[in-house]
Every structure is written in structure tokens, then in C-alpha cells.
Design a protein around this ligand. Structure first.
Ligand SMILES: *[C@@H]1O[C@H](CO)[C@@H](O)[C@H](O)[C@H]1NC(C)=O
Ligand SMILES: *[C@@H]1O[C@H](CO)[C@@H](O)[C@H](O)[C@H]1NC(C)=O
Ligand SMILES: *[C@@H]1O[C@H](CO)[C@@H](O)[C@H](O)[C@H]1NC(C)=O
Ligand SMILES: *[C@@H]1O[C@H](CO)[C@@H](O)[C@H](O)[C@H]1NC(C)=O
Ligand SMILES: *[C@@H]1O[C@H](CO)[C@@H](O)[C@H](O)[C@H]1NC(C)=O
Ligand SMILES: *[C@@H]1O[C@H](CO)[C@@H](O)[C@H](O)[C@H]1NC(C)=O
Length: 572
């Protein structure tokens, strides 16, 4: 008891002190909220941190490569050494990883409830090996209902989360504007609602029905449409410390990319972005979305079930996330995923591949502990087999990428009266992609897989989708239309064509409409809750789909080393 107390209270404190001495330069914190008085609302001005070098017109190069997932794969596989000015961080002594007590059982087994998720709903497509879910993709329109003028710009790689059920609107969308010649990368934000045609809406709970105007914009099945006029998302520019060689072009491109929105365990709405790094070339930064979009503060603070203000802000200002030790960071970082096991703790999963996984705990101000990944854990992701590479559909240079934020999941159903969130097993899940490239290293296809890891230390990987997942009306690239639709007889009869080439899943979030007691529940759900997936289509389109968690997390393969225990052993 006393021991754990010491561990709980003194250890974080000791770590903090060590970090203070180790980092002479604590992370620069840029202050948009101070710069943006609330009354300015939508007309925020960015902080004017001067950028010394002239802009290069690299809009296409940047956006083609970077906005989809950062950087050509042949470059990213070469980790670049980074010289950090504070040399004494090495000598100051890096704190040892926190060793968490782990029971034998949690080391070896997977939760009983996940065993129910191993079965596949149907056989995979015999050509593409995808499992197809019955859920349709729907269109997203950024043309607000209120506006007189139609939105003419095109958008892609949207990131979405649900507002609390008591909010006026259902969702917030942050979407990248497809570049139109200019070098500046723009991102806009709006509040949005889902509608369906009257006939369909009546059968779907919580859904509003579409107006004629909605259907004109979204197509016959309806979809997600901005309610408020899209406003520009402005965060201060972040000058790069150093971009060398092929990365030089990234040094001065203004604006951020790869935005992701999600809730922390405390219910804070977070915007994570890629922008120039104060330690190297490109890094990941976070800011509370309320500092960027102040209207959200009132919404979070107006819970009918909980008096008082919204969650305390951990990131009131734009804060760069770091790696520890600093020598382990790469010049160009991307695709980090945050997960919050409790309302007071968050972790980063930096990478997840077939050979390596790195996780660390956030200890404040964007600083983290060293690598805390269980060294005994066996890799769960698999590389392609020689047979797969020998065929014409896969290239040996395919890589794994983290794609979406993570969600916490209580492994039982909300509708089940014996389901107790306090005692049930909990896990995290997220979507990762297998990025398939051609001989030039250019992306050909992103395959969607779900990964599941434990919400208890040491956060072991538990399972992954057995097959890549396609939605009802989605095809996959590098097979013929007939092969792609082989598992959908009516599509074959209609001679349905291929659709979309690169479909990139950017977010998963619990769908709107659950009656949360508290904003702290926004990032946590149950097996019978729905998640919304936002998807970018090629470089110029955006769609979403909604899927029940238990259906998204089916047809799972258990990770090696997580053997299935028998019943009496699992009563732990
Ligand atoms: C699938 O749905 C999306 C979004 O509504 C649509 O744009 C696309 O045309 C559909 N695909 C097919 C093959 O019908
Ligand atoms: C930037 O390049 C694009 C195409 O590569 C071109 O259309 C555009 O005019 C250029 N912009 C400027 C400011 O030179
Ligand atoms: C999405 O919009 C396209 C036209 O832009 C339309 O053909 C398609 O049917 C729409 N999708 C749905 C699911 O309504
Ligand atoms: C973190 O530790 C895990 C397990 O030992 C290892 O696989 C991974 O490569 C480490 N990450 C780094 C950046 O050293
Ligand atoms: C309800 O939950 C309990 C344990 O949480 C589980 O054993 C049982 O099978 C569930 N019932 C249904 C109908 O899903
Ligand atoms: C894989 O990448 C390496 C290094 O960039 C390259 O030399 C090789 O040709 C690529 N292989 C294929 C099959 O594209």
C-alpha cells in the first residue's frame, strides 16, 4: 500500500524534476488563446512568428505526399539522427521506464469477451481477400444549410467527432481544403448534422430527415452536411529547427496538415496536427479545440447532468509532443496515436509495425517517459508472405501506418443489464493501414485493419482484423471491378464499376446520440455503440460510414502470445 503510494505520488514528481533538469529548453508553447480574444471568434489572426526563408511553391509535392500520410515510404524507412542542442540531456540521466505490476494472466490471455469477436461474418472476397461490411459510405458536404452561396472548394481527409448529445448540432468536422495552386495548406471547421431521406430516416433512430436541398447536395442516400459556415482553423505557425536534404522543401510550407480530432479521458476535445518541429523538421502538436473554436467551450460546459465548467485544459496552447530520449526521434514524425487509460493519464503510441512498437506516457507539457512497451510482447502485425509478394497485387515495400485516433471500449453491451463498466474488461481500438506501394514507392492502395490493445498496463496488443475491411459500396484498387465485386452478386449483375482509388480512414469516433452522463465518456463506448469513420477519397473527396463496434471488431486474429485461456483461468 505504502509502496504503491510512493510510486503514485513520488515517481511522477521525480520524473518531472528529472525532465526539468534534462531539458534546458522546455517545449515552446505558442499561445493562440492569448492571441485570439474571444470576441474575435471566427476572425482569428495567427501568431506572427516570422519565417526566415522564402516560400517555395511545392503545393502539389507537399500535398500529394504529405497530406495522405506524410512522406514517401522509401524516405521514412531511413531513421534520421537528430542533434538536439541540449547535449546534457544524455548525461543528465534518462529516467528508467516505469515498471508496472502485471499479473501473469493479463500478460498471457485475452479478455473472454474478445473471444466472441473472432468469428468472421462471411468468407473474404476470394480475389482481394477483403471482408465487406453491409454499411454504406455516405457523402459529406461542406456547403452549409444557412449559406446563400454553395461551397465551391473541394475537401478531403476529413476528421470528425461527435458533440455531446445536448449540443445543438451533432458533429464537428475539420477538413483539409484541396490545394488550388497556393502553397498555404488550409483547414476548415464546421458543425454538421447527418440526414437521411424520409423513408430511411424513420427506420433509423436519432436520424433527421433530409430536405430537397440536402438530397441535391449529398445524393439520394443523404449524408453529413455543415450546419455552420466552415471557418478557417488557425493555429500559430511553427518554424522548423532543421529540414535537411530531401526534407528541405518542408521547412517553409505554411499551414499544418493531417489534423485529427479526438477526446482525452478527461473529455478534452483535442486537435492533433503535423507542423514544422522545434526539434527537427516535422513534428506532432496538440491543442485543445476550445482554444481554436471557442464556441465549443460553452457547449461542453452546459451538460444537463453535470454542473460546472467543461474539462480542464491540458493543452490550452499549441504544444509539441516529444520522444524520450530525444535521440530516438526522427526528423520527420507522423501518425502518432494518443490513448487515455483513465481521466488523468494519457499515452502515446508512436509506432506500430510488424517489428516494433513504441509507447510512452505523457507527463505534461508534451513531455513523455521513455519507451514503456512490454519487451516480452511478440509483434502482432505480419509482413506479407513470399507468395503474396510473388503475385501481382503486393509489393515488398508495403508498410504499416497508424491512421486514426484510438477509442476506449468496455467489452460488453450498454443494453445488457449485467454489463458493469467498472468491472468489465476494457481495451483500446484504432484503425491502421497497410500502405501498398508501386515500384516507384508511390501509394497504390490503403488497406483498413482494426487493432485492439489492452487498456491495462502494459497495454499489450491483443488482436487485429484477420482481413482488410471494405464498406458495402467500396472497391479496392489493383483488382478488376469484377474481382472487387465478386462478393456482391447484385453489383456484378449491374456491372458496377470501380470506385475511388485511395480511400484513407482518418478518424474513428463514437457516433452522436448516446446519452453520456459526462463529457469524460466521449472517448469510451460499448460493443453495441456505433462509431463513425471518416474517409478521404483520393485527393479530392470525403465520405463517412457508421458501424456498430461489435461489427467493426469481428473476424479478429488473436496476437501471438495471447493464447486463449480456458474458462476457470479467465475468472481473474
Ligand atoms: C459509395 O458511396 C460514396 C459516398 O456516398 C459514393 O460517392 C460512391 O459513388 C459510392 N460507390 C459506388 C460504387 O456506388
Ligand atoms: C504553384 O504551382 C502550381 C502547379 O504546380 C501552379 O498552378 C501555381 O500557379 C503556382 N503558384 C504560384 C504562386 O506560383
Ligand atoms: C454521393 O454523391 C454522388 C454524386 O456526387 C452520388 O452519385 C452518390 O450516389 C452519393 N452517394 C450516396 C450514398 O447517396
Ligand atoms: C520500444 O520497446 C519495444 C519493446 O522492447 C521495441 O520493440 C521498440 O523497438 C522500442 N522502441 C524504440 C524506439 O526503441
Ligand atoms: C450480458 O453480459 C454478460 C457479462 O457482461 C454476458 O455474460 C452475457 O452473455 C451478456 N448477455 C447478452 C445477451 O449479451
Ligand atoms: C523497394 O524499395 C527499395 C529501396 O527503395 C528499392 O530498391 C526496390 O526496388 C523496391 N522494391 C520494389 C519491388 O519496388
Amino acid at each position: 500500500m505504502a509502496k504503491t503510494l510512493v510510486r503514485r505520488i513520488l515517481l511522477p514528481f521525480a520524473l518531472l524534476i528529472l525532465f526539468y533538469t534534462a531539458f534546458r529548453n522546455t517545449p515552446v508553447v505558442l499561445q493562440p488563446s492569448a492571441q485570439y480574444p474571444k470576441h474575435l471568434g471566427k476572425h482569428q489572426e495567427p501568431l506572427h512568428v516570422p519565417i526566415s526563408r522564402p516560400f517555395v511553391n511545392t503545393s502539389r509535392t507537399w500535398d500529394h505526399w504529405a497530406a495522405v500520410d506524410g512522406f514517401p515510404s522509401n524516405v521514412e524507412s531511413k531513421p534520421m539522427e537528430l542533434e538536439i542542442s541540449n547535449q546534457d540531456s544524455e548525461t543528465a540521466g534518462v529516467p528508467a521506464p516505469v515498471i508496472l505490476p502485471v499479473s501473469h494472466n493479463s500478460q498471457r490471455s485475452i479478455p473472454q469477451a474478445l473471444l466472441g469477436q473472432l468469428e468472421c461474418p462471411r468468407a473474404p472476397n476470394r480475389f482481394t481477400s477483403h471482408i465487406r461490411l453491409p454499411n454504406l459510405l455516405y457523402n459529406i458536404s461542406m456547403s452549409p444549410r444557412s449559406a446563400v452561396l454553395r461551397e465551391e472548394r473541394t475537401f478531403w481527409n476529413p476528421t470528425i467527432f461527435a458533440l455531446p448529445y445536448w449540443a445543438k448540432n451533432q458533429y464537428i468536422i475539420v477538413s483539409m481544403v484541396t490545394p488550388d495552386g497556393g502553397a498555404l495548406r488550409r483547414n476548415v471547421l464546421c458543425e454538421a448534422n447527418i440526414c437521411h431521406p424520409k423513408s430511411a430516416a424513420s427506420t433509423l433512430t436519432h436520424e433527421r430527415s433530409c430536405s430537397e436541398d440536402d438530397l441535391g447536395l449529398l445524393g439520394p442516400s443523404g449524408g453529413l452536411r455543415c450546419m455552420t459556415a466552415p471557418i478557417e482553423v488557425t493555429v500559430p505557425p511553427t518554424p522548423a529547427a532543421k529540414c535537411e536534404g530531401r526534407e528541405q522543401v518542408f521547412a517553409d510550407i505554411p499551414g499544418f496538415h493531417d489534423p485529427r480530432v479526438f477526446y482525452t479521458g478527461r473529455g478534452e476535445p483535442i486537435l492533433m496536427i503535423s507542423s514544422q518541429s522545434q526539434y527537427a523538421c516535422i513534428g506532432l502538436w496538440v491543442i485543445d479545440l476550445r482554444a481554436v473554436y471557442p464556441e465549443l467551450e460553452g457547449t461542453l460546459a452546459s451538460s444537463p447532468k453535470r454542473l460546472g465548467p467543461g474539462p480542464v485544459m491540458s493543452y490550452p496552447t499549441l504544444t509539441e509532443l516529444t520522444r524520450n530520449p530525444p535521440s530516438s526521434r526522427r526528423s520527420y514524425e507522423k501518425n502518432w496515436v494518443m490513448f487515455s487509460p483513465s481521466s488523468s493519464s494519457s499515452y502515446l503510441q508512436y509506432d506500430l509495425t510488424s517489428s516494433s512498437r513504441t509507447i510512452a506516457q505523457l507527463i505534461g507539457g508534451g513531455l513523455t517517459t521513455p519507451n514503456m512497451t512490454d519487451p516480452l510482447e511478440e509483434p502482432c502485425l505480419r509482413d506479407l508472405t513470399m507468395e503474396e509478394i510473388a503475385g501481382s497485387h503486393y509489393n515488398e515495400n508495403s508498410t504499416w501506418h497508424q491512421a486514426t485516433p484510438s477509442l476506449k471500449l468496455v467489452l460488453c453491451s450498454r443494453s445488457n443489464s449485467t454489463c458493469n463498466p467498472e468491472t468489465a474488461d476494457t481495451v483500446f481500438f484504432a484503425i491502421i493501414h497497410r500502405k501498398n506501394v508501386n515500384a516507384l514507392g508511390l501509394p497504390v492502395r490503403y488497406e483498413r485493419f482494426v487493432v485492439v490493445w489492452s487498456a491495462a498496463p502494459p497495454f499489450n496488443m491483443l488482436a487485429i482484423s484477420r482481413h482488410p475491411i471494405l464498406m458495402a459500396n467500396e472497391t479496392t484498387f489493383s483488382w478488376t471491378a469484377e474481382e472487387s465485386w465478386d462478393d456482391v452478386p447484385e453489383a456484378l449483375l449491374e456491372n458496377r464499376e470501380l470506385w475511388g482509388r485511395i480511400t484513407y480512414t482518418t478518424t474513428i469516433a463514437y457516433a452522436w446520440g448516446r446519452e453520456e452522463k459526462d463529457f469524460r465518456e466521449k472517448g469510451t463506448g460499448h460493443l453495441d455503440d456505433e462509431v463513425i469513420l471518416s474517409i478521404g477519397v483520393d485527393d479530392e473527396g470525403q465520405v463517412y460510414t457508421k458501424v456498430k463496434v461489435s461489427e467493426l471488431l469481428q473476424c479478429l486474429r488473436v496476437c501471438p502470445g495471447r493464447e486463449q485461456v480456458n474458462l476457470d483461468e479467465s475468472e481473474d
